[in-house]
Design a protein around this ligand. Structure first.
Ligand SMILES: NC(=O)C1=CN([C@@H]2O[C@H](COP(=O)(O)OP(=O)(O)OC[C@H]3O[C@@H](n4cnc5c(N)ncnc54)[C@H](OP(=O)(O)O)[C@@H]3O)[C@@H](O)[C@H]2O)C=CC1
Ligand SMILES: CC(C)(CO)C(=O)C(=O)O
Length: 320
């Protein structure tokens, strides 16, 4: 790996809720400032890709609506120049396919930034990617595809918390942070990003499972003592797993994450809840319930609340 290679070509792989949010911001900024030496490319598919090709991608948020036109949009990675920075923004059930598609485009200096939820995404990618720099990351924002070519944001500040690749701890993030600064993307660089990644995982896994189990939005779960108690118990199980793995979570993390849930707009749904409603059994349940149960079993941490909530969800889905 060379030191601090400049970034020019950016690829958003998976231009849905998360990829579309960042893709719209980046393309919009590049469209309006021709002095910026960045080209942003989108990988998308179906009607969404057709709409993006015709009119770019539109991001609707409470404060404003912006549209960004990428340098090109495609469903074939081969059509694109080799990217310097790849945002990986697919759901976990599409991750292996996405990695297979990007591998031929990855060189020693390629930077891969996965924004999926999950505490083990780095490992899931690294097992199939021998070269390149993978920066473990997480993000807080509520977004979804509202219709072809249109992304809607509800809540979250879009802050990317990211840090060093365990394989290249001396990686210099400046080209990435310069790029984020130019794009006005909110971020925080951490030498060790895992406490943040596990804090996000503790929040999202508990709320994903609770929102689906109780069929309530994030705000409704936060306002309901019984649903909040279930989320809290799942958080305690995740906290015990993180501790057993040697990850030091911030003090009072459960209280903090429960308070943060109450700050999301009341009607915000989790992305897991949206998938269960629209795609049924194709969802990220394994990333949450499945992973907690497997890691608990490996580490000797008991996970009875996650087991009962996740089993009930799976039974409900297989009865449909
Ligand atoms: N949405 C949110 O608020 C948040 C989501 N996350 C996490 O971010 C990750 C992404 O979630 P989200 O953005 O909501 O997911 P979406 O389903 O909205 O977006 C993923 C996009 O990737 C596309 N895609 C997948 N595989 C391919 C492929 N091979 N070629 C082209 N396009 C492809 C999908 O297409 P298609 O629709 O056709 O499948 C979809 O448009 C998840 O892990 C999620 O948990 C994290 C924080 C917040
Ligand atoms: C809860 C939320 C919106 C927070 O970022 C999220 O991560 C998700 O729904 O996947």
């Amino acid at each position: 790996m060379d030191e601090a290679k400049k970034i020019h070509n950016i690829c958003i792989y998976g231009t849905g809720g998360i990829g579309g949010y960042f893709g719209a911001k980046i393309a919009h900024t590049c469209n309006h400032d021709q002095t910026l030496a960045y080209d942003c490319f989108f990988v998308a598919r179906g009607d969404h890709l057709q709409a993006i090709r015709q009119k770019g991608i539109t991001l609707i948020s409470e404060e404003k609506t912006i549209t960004g036109v990428p340098a090109a949009a495609t469903d074939h990675m081969d059509d694109l120049p080799d990217p310097d920075l790849i945002f990986v923004c697919v759901k976990s059930y599409d991750l292996d396919g996405a990695v297979k598609a990007i591998v031929p485009k990855i060189h020693e200096n390629t930077i891969i930034l996965p924004l999926l939820n999950g505490a083990d995404i780095y490992e899931r990618i690294r097992k199939n990617v021998a070269t390149g720099v993978i920066l473990p990351a997480c993000v807080y924002v509520g977004t979804h595809i509202q219709g072809p070519g249109v992304i809607f944001q509800s809540g979250g500040d879009g802050k990317i918390l990211f840090g060093a690749d365990p394989k290249y701890e001396s990686f210099d993030p400046q080209p990435v942070t310069d790029f984020f600064d130019a794009m006005q993307i909110n971020y925080q660089w951490r030498t060790d990003p895992y406490p943040d990644i596990w804090s996000k995982y503790l929040f999202i896994a508990a709320f994903a499972l609770a929102t689906v189990f109780f069929n309530k939005t994030i705000g409704e779960v936060a306002a309901d003592p019984k649903a909040t108690q279930t989320a809290r118990e799942i958080m305690k199980e995740i906290q015990a797993i993180a501790t057993a793995k040697g990850v030091e979570l911030p003090e009072h993390i459960i209280t903090k994450q429960l308070a943060m849930a109450a700050q999301f707009p009341y009607d915000t749904k989790t992305s897991y809840q949206r998938d269960v409603a629209s795609k049924g059994r194709v969802n990220e349940g394994d990333l949450y319930g499945g992973t907690i149960l497997r890691q608990g079993a490996e580490l000797g941490v008991s996970t009875p609340v996650t087991r009962s909530v996740y089993s009930a969800i799976q039974d409900r889905l297989s009865a449909k």
